[in-house]
Design a protein around this ligand. Structure first.
Ligand code: PMP
Length: 344
């Protein structure tokens, strides 16, 4: 510390070392002990801070970046925010191609953090020139001195979690973790964390959360890419319409699919029961855990760690808006006439 002042050198020093917090009430009726790794405690409010810092710093070490460099990425929002934050601190320009499915608050936040944002249609094929992948690739080609983060196909995404999330959980549970429940989008979080944990104890069960409308579960089970599995869904950041290279399918024991409606209600219930204001996919992870519990796979000695990827503030115009929930028909699933009838 300079001048004997107790301060961090920059906000990036606060990435990682997120707390593990016991879940006390939402787990009523479940067998075992349940803990959430709450990634909203990262300074950019999501797990993606870890990969943003790691990938940029690896590029710096390889000499790929200079003062005028541009960081380019496709993103559902969280990775973009983390990259924009890291680029701002380190002095790089940041260009992001995002899906039109991303919440408007997320897009505004990216722009607030100084990023240049291109909004691309969500429901086109990945190889369509309008898709956010193709737009990002084109911008990378057209921008000299840029690097393309390419989180779905970048091994460093896995490495970031192998180096940090995995060891943190191992230490926080004193090696007593029995199950990991993590959403699978790029697959970086689950693959890196699982790889580290299984190296310590191969008996740890790794459960991946997938969305209805995504190909991941079927691919894991059959090795087949089934186009029939693909259709639009609401949850952002979970599941995929392609097979990401950043997913190590061998590190995953089981995929569990969750619905848009149940995941949304579960996120709201986490806020109401645990006082944790978390994002849509945290609800998905909790929902998957409850579904898995019905199979009798947990016992009283199970120590289950769920990764809660981001903060609820990113979903004010979505799952935390009664109007949005009603428009999706998500209250119908609960047989409620109005939001006021829902008791979490
Ligand atoms: N939840 C949210 C909110 C996300 O943005 C992401 C990233 N796409 C995930 C979960 C999944 O994490 P990963 O990409 O590491 O599989």
């Amino acid at each position: 510390m300079d001048n004997n002042i107790n301060a961090y050198n920059s906000i990036l020093d606060l990435v990682g070392n997120t707390p593990l917090i016991k879940l006390n009430r939402i787990t009523e009726g479940l067998t075992g002990n349940f803990y959430a790794k709450v990634e909203a405690f990262n300074p950019g409010h999501s797990a993606k801070d870890r990969i943003a810092v790691h990938i940029i710093e690896q590029a710096e070490q390889k000499g790929l970046l200079n003062a005028d460099s541009t960081i380019i990425e496709t993103t559902s929002g969280n990775t973009g925010f983390s990259l924009a934050m890291a680029s701002m601190v380190k002095g790089y320009k940041c260009i992001l191609a995002v899906s039109s499915k991303s919440s408007p608050d997320k897009i505004d936040m990216l722009r607030s953090m100084g990023a240049e944002v291109y909004v691309c249609p969500a429901h086109v094929a990945a190889d369509d020139p309008r898709s956010y992948y193709e737009v990002a690739k084109r911008l990378h080609k057209e921008t000299p001195g840029s690097i393309y983060i390419n989180q779905y196909f970048n091994e460093l995404n896995i490495e970031a979690h192998y180096n940090t999330t995995g060891p943190e959980i191992w230490k926080q549970t004193n090696g007593n973790i029995t199950h990991l429940v993590s959403c699978s989008g790029t697959g970086g979080t689950i693959s890196g964390t699982a790889r580290f944990l299984k190296e310590q104890n191969p008996d740890i069960k790794v459960l991946a959360v997938d969305a209805y409308g995504s190909v991941l579960k079927k691919y894991h089970e059959t090795g087949e890419f089934d186009h029939e599995e693909i259709y639009p869904y609401r949850i952002e950041g979970l599941g995929k319409n392609l097979i990401p290279k950043a997913t190590d399918f061998n590190s995953i024991d089981r995929y569990i699919k969750v619905t848009d409606a149940e995941s949304a209600h579960m996120a709201r219930k986490i806020a109401h029961s645990e006082g944790m204001f978390v994002g849509y996919t945290s609800g998905a992870a909790m929902q998957a855990t409850i579904q898995y519990n019905t199979e009798g796979e947990f016992d009283k000695n199970s120590n289950v760690v769920l990764i809660f990827p981001d903060h609820g503030s990113r979903y004010m115009s979505k799952i935390y808006s009664d109007e949005w929930m009603q428009n999706q028909g998500f209250f119908d699933a609960k047989n409620a006439e109005s939001p006021k009838e829902i008791q979490y």
